[in-house]
Structure formats: structure tokens, C-alpha cells
Design a binder for this molecule. Structure first.
Ligand SMILES: CC(=O)N[C@H]1[C@@H](OP(=O)(O)OP(=O)(O)OC[C@H]2O[C@@H](n3ccc(=O)[nH]c3=O)[C@H](O)[C@@H]2O)O[C@H](CO)[C@@H](O)[C@@H]1O
Ligand SMILES: C=C(OP(=O)(O)O)C(=O)O
Length: 431
């Protein structure tokens, strides 16, 4: 295993201080895909420097684009992007790769790519994506290893999604942007990332109405210009750090909270004893009285409790004596960290989509292994609350979505360090 693929944590210090939240992964990735619609330069400001963004950047470069960074501003020049094939080596790393399909079809009339990867959290089919593309007149062959698609001209159409999907809604909106005429998309996902994508597309000159509601109308086919927009703060990263402060009973201030996007999370936070206030646009969260188990939290599509914060929340519940319950209603297999949390002293039982969590006041530090992004962040949270030292393996999963979790948590006083090759005991003596 890669020596740098772990994080060392000495738990037990309540997190205190002020933090600034990085740009959002799930908002930045579709904006990067949108940039490919324009043969010129688009700019994403405050773009997070995370593995998934670097992977999307590599894909765009492999398609012929030029990219460069100025601090946290990402410049994407898609003038010379003229290739239409994306290797499975890239797509298997990241779910969002699939939303390039409609954009490539709009620009070149053909595309082929490997199947998308992403977090291992149960089956993640692409049937809704393919349904939408077919409605635009695209012919798609689903081969064993890759998808092959072509079309003569994308035609505006009426799309009725059978279920709410963030990615498929993005796919439909992005494809509609280059389709001739009007497209009406029904039963759209209402997640904030859809709204951010539509705002970016509007900056590019595309006419869109209804984003954030169940019906989106796109008028496509007109010439576009380069997009230039600030990537919003990441609501899941903000929620993760609020969970870290809750698990350690600290008090933190978020300088740039994703306003209006944390409502469902903050409701649960209040139930567990957390107190918060909005102060001149900042969010101050005091977790010193966190101690109440929460009878039921169910993940749901927006504005419900976000599935991406389910594992971080489970880590907090693992620190609260009494029984809390979680129901995961979005993905079929997103409880992989329960076993690792049990090894730290929690008592978690899983039955299908339900988890019963009996927390312990005193989790114990140990070596645990992340298997996916948010589960990894959750193990960091549990380790911060635990007595003694922990090693969280699988840092490469965490890097997919968090720029530098150890630096952020260190700024809040947490004793955390990426592996440097020294022993954990030497590392901890340096704190
Ligand atoms: C890069 C990105 O933005 N990822 C987010 C996006 O993932 P993603 O876009 O993959 O998630 P979806 O909203 O599409 O998935 C929701 C549900 O729909 C199902 N489904 C989806 C597509 C499809 O063609 N067929 C189908 O059955 C999925 O298996 C899942 O059960 O939204 C999820 C739900 O908020 C988040 O957890 C992810 O962080
Ligand atoms: C599930 C996630 O990401 P992806 O859809 O990119 O796998 C996530 O961000 O928690």
C-alpha cells in the first residue's frame, strides 16, 4: 500500500476555530463538463483542488483541451478539444465522467466512453442517462466495456424521468443546451448543484427556466460563449466539518457557509443538542451540548437529509450514548463504515437500509480502513473523537472530495497528520 495513503489522528481534542469551505466538488464537475460546449476559454473560480477535479481536467485534456490554474481559478480552453473517446481508465475513477456524453454528442455527433465509476455505495446504473439521451434522438450501444453513441442532430424533446437523479438531470440539461429547439424535462432532481450548473450555463448564453423545481425548460442550439463563475462552497464538506465539531463537542465558525443548503442537516444537528446561529453571513455552531441520540434520520433527495452526509452523521451518533437510527433511502449499500466504527467501540447493527447505532462516550482509537469517500471522512471524524491514536487508511478516497482534510482539521486544533513515513508516536509527539 502507498505509504502516503493514510492519516494519523490523535483523538480527544474538541475542535475550535474558524474555517473557510472549499469549492463544491459536485457543482464544479458538471460546470467543467459544460465548458466543453464552448470552443474557447471558460473559467471556474474557487475551484476545489481535489482528485475528482484533476481527473475531469485530465479527461478534458485527453479530449484535446488546454487547462491551467491561477491559484484556485481553473481555466479551461476547449478550442482544440476534438476527440470523442474517453478511456475507461478515466471513467472508472469518477461517476461524473458520464455527463460528458451529451456534451460530446452535441459538439461532434458521436462519443464513446467507459462506464462511470465513483463511490462504491451499491448499484449505480445509467439507465436514466441513456433514456434521456435516446429521447434527443441518440443511438446508443451498451457494449460490455464501454458505451458507444451517435446522433445526426440533437432534437429538443420532452423528458419524463421515472426517478429523481442528479446526474441524469445534469445530463439532460447539458444535452438540451446543444439540442435544436426547446426541451422540457420533468421530474428533475432539485439538488443545489443543478441550480449552480444552470446558472453557469446561463452565463454561457443558454436560456433555462425552472432550475431547482421539478420541471426545467431549456432552449438550446444557439451559439454559446465562455462561462465564468465562482464555484459555490461545498455543502457536504461544510456538513462534514460540522460533524467533526459535533463528535468532539467543539465550537466552530464557518466563514462562507453554503446558505440555505444545510437546512436538513442543521435540523438533525439541533436534535442532537447542537446550537447554531447565523451571524453576518457566517455560521457559528456550538456542539458542546451535543449528547442526545436521534430516533430517526432518513436520507432523501433534496431538500431532505443528504445521503453524502449519512456516514459523517453515523460517526457522530457513534459518540452519543443511547440509540440513534438512520435509514438510507438513496443508495442501496452505504453502510460500509459500520463495521469499522464497531471496531472503535460503537455498537451498530445493520438490517437492509436501516442502521441502529448505540454510541459510546469513549470510542477507542485504532487502525481503520476507508473504502469510499464519505466513509473515509466519517472515520476521520470518529478518530478525532476517540481516545488514543488512530490510523485511517484509504486517504486516496478522501482526496476525491476534500482538498486537504488534515490541514483543515489541524487549523481547528485537531491532532491529525497525513502519513510522512515517521511512526505514529513520533508524529504525535510533534503536536
Ligand atoms: C458527482 C455527483 O454529483 N455525485 C452526487 C450525485 O450522484 P449521482 O448523480 O450518481 O446520483 P443520482 O441522483 O443519479 O442517484 C440517485 C439514485 O438514482 C439511481 N439511478 C441514478 C441514475 C440512473 O440512471 N439510474 C438510477 O437508478 C441511483 O442508483 C441512486 O439510487 O447525486 C447523489 C445523490 O444526491 C450524491 O450522493 C452524489 O454525491
Ligand atoms: C457519492 C459521491 O460522489 P460520486 O457520485 O462522485 O461517487 C459523494 O460525493 O459522496
Amino acid at each position: 500500500m502507498n505509504r502516503l495513503d493514510k492519516i494519523h489522528i490523535a483523538g480527544g481534542t474538541p475542535l475550535h476555530g474558524t474555517i473557510r469551505i472549499q469549492g463544491s466538488k459536485n457543482a464544479a464537475l458538471p460546470m467543467m463538463a459544460a465548458a466543453l460546449l464552448y470552443p474557447g476559454v471558460s473559467i471556474l473560480r474557487n475551484c476545489p483542488k481535489i482528485a475528482d477535479v484533476f481527473c475531469m481536467e485530465e479527461i478534458l485534456c485527453a479530449l484535446g483541451a488546454d487547462t491551467w490554474w491561477q491559484e484556485h481559478d481553473l481555466y479551461l480552453d476547449c478550442t482544440k478539444a476534438d476527440k470523442t473517446e474517453i478511456s475507461g481508465i478515466y471513467t472508472e475513477k469518477m461517476r461524473s465522467s458520464v455527463i460528458l456524453l451529451g456534451v460530446l454528442l452535441g459538439r461532434y455527433g458521436k462519443a464513446s466512453m467507459g462506464y462511470p465509476g465513483g463511490c462504491v455505495i451499491g448499484k449505480r446504473p445509467v439507465d436514466l442517462h441513456l433514456y434521456a439521451l435516446r429521447e434527443f434522438g441518440v443511438c446508443i450501444e451498451e457494449k460490455k466495456e464501454f458505451l458507444e453513441a451517435e446522433c445526426r442532430k440533437l432534437k429538443g424533446c420532452e423528458i419524463f424521468f421515472a426517478g429523481s437523479s442528479v446526474g441524469a438531470t445534469e445530463q439532460a440539461v447539458l444535452t438540451a443546451a446543444s439540442a435544436e429547439g426547446k426541451t422540457r424535462i420533468h421530474n428533475c432532481a432539485k439538488e443545489p448543484e443543478i441550480i449552480w450548473l444552470c446558472r453557469f450555463l446561463k452565463r454561457m448564453g443558454i436560456k433555462i427556466q425552472g432550475e431547482g423545481t421539478e420541471k426545467i425548460l431549456v432552449e438550446g442550439g444557439a451559439p454559446v460563449k465562455g462561462g465564468d463563475m465562482q464555484v459555490p462552497p461545498d455543502r457536504i464538506v461544510a456538513g462534514t466539518y460540522l460533524c467533526a465539531s459535533a463528535a468532539t463537542r467543539g465550537k466552530i465558525e464557518i466563514e462562507n457557509p453554503p446558505e440555505g443548503e444545510l437546512t436538513a442537516f442543521l435540523e438533525v444537528y439541533r436534535k442532537m443538542g447542537g446550537q447554531y446561529e447565523w451571524n453576518s453571513g457566517k455560521l457559528v455552531a456550538d456542539s458542546r451540548r451535543v449528547r442526545f441520540p436521534v430516533p430517526l434520520t432518513e436520507t432523501a433527495v433534496y431538500p431532505g437529509f443528504p445521503t453524502d452526509l449519512q456516514s459523517p452523521l453515523m460517526a457522530v451518533f457513534a459518540t452519543i450514548p443511547g440509540e440513534s437510527r438512520i435509514q438510507e433511502s438513496v443508495f442501496e449499500d452505504r453502510f460500509k463504515i459500520a463495521e469499522e466504527l464497531n471496531r472503535m467501540g460503537a455498537e451498530i447493527k445493520i438490517q437492509g437500509k436501516k442502521a441502529w447505532i448505540r454510541g459510546s462516550f469513549c470510542l477507542k482509537g485504532t487502525k481503520v480502513r476507508a473504502q469510499e469517500l464519505r466513509g473515509g471522512a466519517a472515520l476521520v471524524i470518529a478518530a478525532l473523537a476517540a481516545k488514543g491514536e488512530s490510523i485511517v487508511e484509504g486517504y486516496s478516497f478522501i482526496r476525491r472530495g476534500y482538498e486537504d482534510i488534515s490541514q483543515d482539521i489541524s487549523r481547528l486544533g485537531g491532532k491529525i497528520k497525513k502519513d510522512t513515513g515517521t511512526t505514529i508516536y513520533e508524529d504525535i509527539q510533534q503536536y
